[in-house]
Design a protein around this ligand. Sequence first.
Ligand SMILES: O=P(O)(O)OC[C@H]1O[C@H](OP(=O)(O)OP(=O)(O)O)[C@H](O)[C@@H]1O
Ligand code: HPA
Length: 175
Amino acid sequence: MIKIIDKEFIPYISAEEISKRINELGAEISKAYEGEKPLFVSVLNGSFIFTADLIRTIKTPIEVTFIRVASYEALKTTGKVREILGLKENVFGRDILILEDIVDTGTTLEHLLEAFKDLGTKSIKVATLLHKPDAQEKAEKPDFVGFEIPNKFVVGYGLDYEGLGRELKEIYQLS
Ligand SMILES: O=P(O)(O)OC[C@H]1O[C@H](OP(=O)(O)OP(=O)(O)O)[C@H](O)[C@@H]1O
Ligand code: HPA
């Protein structure tokens, strides 16, 4: 059991299990992109550790870049609008693999896919370490999933609670 600020978390997925599953995912993704040169787009902050470990299991040439997603209120009638920050590469005609640490409600993913749609990509897929199918409110599903998990808050391995816990080697679940 660990405590972060006011919340207690219990060990949930060990470092060994994460490593084993990432090797499997890497093999799956390498096969899917054999003979291609995809651009992996890692969504900061949470996915930096997953990205670093996953790309070292890939057996086909890839490029890697990092983006942030910003949200702001546009007009009250249209609700939230999201913007991609930091994408310098030209993605026109490219195979894109978005890397996420977690797909929870699916809101971020929906907005990312919407933003990329207008950029003329050849293909766009999503790999996420964690997916909460019971929390997902949006239609778009990730293509490569490390672990399907229940609808409980998790920290560690890049995921934070109030900015803390990203450095933990294993994943913990709110107790
Ligand atoms: O499916 P959703 O409900 O949209 O949640 C998933 C998003 O939430 C987290 O990002 P967060 O905004 O916490 O930023 P961070 O990666 O910098 O922690 C995570 O990295 C995903 O991008
Ligand atoms: O369960 C979670 N933990 C940390 N960050 C998150 N962002 C979306 N869901 C989560």
